[in-house]
Design a protein around this ligand. Structure first.
Ligand SMILES: C[S@@+](CC[C@H](N)C(=O)[O-])C[C@H]1O[C@@H](n2cnc3c(N)ncnc32)[C@H](O)[C@@H]1O
Length: 220
């Protein structure tokens, strides 16, 4: 089933991030890539791969028997990521032009899914986490860095595509975040790191890195 996405938000996200593709500013909010520890031969996915740095690093770590996919909707980011991979001669990678709600990867294909400061932008976070669950193999794991809102973001900002693209208005509270994960099928969620609250845009947020595993056999 194809999930509907908020096209106004996607347009603003493309505009903002394509403009940042050639800059060197940090767009991350945690250590997902450092805490994930990809292993030789694994299939890995980065949800919101941006300039492609983490995907390329995972591809180099998993080696020729493994593979790394990046998923992003920003044309500028995809262009930058593909050209960097080519320049570095890394060919066990693919950067997929897709929204997080509709990821064209087959069921249970991934050993590891990472994401850094990206899922907060998605309009339908439940659909995104259902995609993550669907793509992961039984026993596969995710390590996700993201931001959450300390208090619910006021309605006037939640529906403002520019504020969503700026990486704060789409944030949900920690409680809502965890419920979404549980509803998708993830039982135990571990918080690996968490910041103190800080100001972002017009609200207060905090960053965290969480990890979980899709239940099921890991022998396939
Ligand atoms: C803050 S950047 C983070 C990039 C990278 N993970 C990093 O740490 O540098 C967020 C990325 O997510 C992408 N993005 C945001 N919302 C998206 C959506 N709904 N579908 C696909 N890509 C999205 C943006 O285009 C952008 O490249």
């Amino acid at each position: 089933m194809t999930e509907k996405v908020n096209l106004l938000n996607i347009e603003k996200i493309d505009e903002r991030y394509s403009g940042l593709a050639e800059q060197s500013c940090c767009l991350s909010c945690g250590q997902a890539i450092n805490l994930a520890e990809p292993r030789e031969g694994e299939v890995c996915v980065d949800i919101g791969s941006g300039r492609g740095t983490d995907v390329i690093r995972m591809a180099q770590t998993v080696g020729p028997n493994g593979y790394a996919y990046g998923v992003d909707t920003s044309s500028g980011m995809l262009k930058k990521a593909r050209s960097t991979a080519k320049k570095l001669g890394v060919d066990n990678v693919e950067f997929i032009d897709a929204t997080f709600e509709n990821i064209p990867l087959r069921d249970q294909c991934a050993d590891l899914i990472i994401s850094n400061c990206s899922i907060n932008h998605a309009d339908n976070k439940q659909a995104v986490w259902q995609q993550i669950y669907r793509i992961l193999k039984g026993g596969g794991r995710f390590v996700v860095s993201d931001i959450y809102a300390i208090e619910p973001v006021p309605e006037e900002y939640r529906n403002d595509p520019e504020a969503v693209a700026e990486c704060w208005a789409g944030a949900v509270t920690k409680d809502e975040y965890m419920k979404t994960l549980q509803y998708a099928g993830f039982g135990t969620i571990e918080i690996l790191e968490e910041s103190a609250p800080y100001d972002k845009g017009k609200v207060q947020v905090a960053s965290f890195t969480i990890q979980g595993t899709r239940p099921g056999c890991c022998c396939g």
